[in-house]
Design a protein around this ligand. Structure first.
Ligand code: SF4
Length: 452
């Protein structure tokens, strides 16, 4: 039985595709192994979103290529493979195949063709990077999720039909393709039966889910179907919402169902209307403020997360000050910042990248420093609250978990200052102390049966 080792980099959507690829290889008779040196085939699921991500993908592949045995095959899959196969093959000449993210379902076929060719001719690489629509897991009977412990990522759509000026994702993944509601509900039931407690819904823009299937309020519709099959204690978390797309019905569904967490991940990228217009993004700040007020009014204790870009072409000191003032005014619970990366092929690549790197870094620091203080204040408001916490790990005298306010891999943690025997379960924790990004608490219940 041939053995494979699959390394997935980048975002949870890549993690879900990697899980799908692993499923397909096992169905094709391959066996997964934990280490590259044990494998016949090594697959790197690359990320090609921004320069830093490409650098990590390149370094990973080059270090694997440096130790590649003659009898092993090295495959580059994922977003960078889709975006720039030629450059990838030039920088990693040891590659046997390149599989674009849109065609991840074709991995078994790619490996079969490589095997057949190798028997006929010497080293010849195979490239599958057709600019087709994103492949959906149900097209090959693969899972559209990835689970770790009791927490799962559940993909609801992929690709994006928007054209934000700085973003390369539509170039890489094409327009949005939504999964059928039935397929997502089936996957949620499978995850439930695998004892998942947390279901993180992912797409590029979750709030537009189903538009390509004819739904006007597809996400609200999907949530209503999901809560019907998931226990009340489940955590349904929506990631990657888009401004201007949070409908009154969606807010109602979030407010009415305990499974849907009061957690809103809403990347805004900026707050100055002129910059937002240059970014080709919604710029009606009054409407945005109304939505944030409505969310806070309808969802008590809602946790608001956003992502911002520092140093977009043309960003003046005054425009940046508007952004700082907005962050101070809105006091988000969670906030991430990127310095603007000038991405080839995007609309913004035509603008002059006129904000010097050191100014970008200075603005990044200013935003993160401001948010550090706000995050501590927001965390202090949690002291005294009793929250359900999903325990995920232990250290010597510490147990680590997450509350509804902490999305996996990107937010803070809840720390319990003793080692709890069993993790991977929901418990009840009284918050006793606040840190900048994390909370400290004590275990007060074994069930987690409290409303967030
Ligand atoms: S909505 Fe998100 S994924 Fe789509 S183009 Fe804009 S930034 Fe990129």
């Amino acid at each position: 039985m041939p053995r494979f080792h699959l390394l997935s980099l980048g975002c949870p959507k890549n993690t879900v595709d990697a899980n799908g690829m692993a499923f397909l290889l096992q169905r094709a008779g391959y066996r997964p192994v934990d280490h590259a040196d044990q494998a016949d085939v090594i697959i790197v699921n690359t990320c090609g979103f921004i320069a830093d991500a490409r650098r990590e993908s390149l370094e990973t592949m080059q270090s694997l290529a440096a130790n590649l045995r003659e009898d092993q095959r090295l495959i580059a899959a994922g977003c960078w493979a889709q975006r720039d196969p030629e450059r990838l093959m030039a920088w990693v000449p040891e590659l046997d195949g390149v599989l674009g993210t849109r065609s991840w379902v074709a991995l078994p076929e790619l490996l079969a063709q490589i095997k057949a060719r190798r028997q006929r001719v010497a080293r010849q690489r195979l490239v599958f990077t057709e600019a087709r629509a994103m492949a959906l897991p149900e097209s090959v009977g693969a899972p559209g999720y990835a689970i770790s412990g009791r927490s799962a990522f559940l993909k609801i759509a992929d690709g994006c039909s928007r054209r934000c000026a700085f973003c390369a994702i539509p170039l890489i993944k094409g327009d949005m393709v939504s999964r059928p509601i039935e397929a997502i509900v089936k996957d949620a039931q499978r995850l439930r039966d695998k004892r998942a407690l947390e279901f993180n819904l992912i797409a590029q823009d979750s709030t537009t889910y189903g538009r390509d299937l004819g739904y006007t309020d597809g996400l609200a519709e999907l949530l209503e179907r999901l809560v019907a099959v998931l226990p009340e204690s489940s955590w349904l978390r929506i990631l990657y919402m888009f401004p201007g797309q949070i409908t009154p019905r969606l807010i109602e569904v979030m407010a009415d169902h305990p499974q849907v967490l009061p957690y809103v991940d809403l990347p805004l990228q900026h707050a100055h209307p002129d910059v937002l217009r240059r970014m080709n993004r919604p710029s009606d700040m009054q409407e945005l403020r109304r939505t944030l007020v409505e969310l806070r009014a309808r969802l008590p204790h809602v946790c608001l997360r956003t992502t911002l870009i520092a140093g977009f072409p043309g960003e003046t000191e005054a425009e940046f000050q508007t952004l700082l003032d907005f962050v101070q005014e809105q006091r988000f619970d969670r906030l991430g910042v990127f310095t603007c990366s000038h991405e080839e092929g995007t609309l913004a690549a035509r603008y002059e990248d006129d904000v010097p790197e050191e100014i970008k870094e200075a603005r990044f620091d200013a935003l993160m420093t401001l948010q550090q203080g706000i995050s501590l204040e927001r965390n202090r408001e949690q002291v005294g609250r009793v929250l359900p916490v999903l325990l995920e790990g232990t250290d010597e005298n510490l147990t680590v978990g997450r509350s509804y306010r902490d999305a996996p891999e990107i937010d803070g943690l809840v720390l319990i200052e003793r080692r709890v025997a069993k993790v991977d379960r929901m418990v009840t924790v009284k918050i006793t102390r606040a840190l900048e990004y994390d909370l400290v608490g004590e275990l007060v219940g074994e069930t987690g049966e409290v409303t967030p």
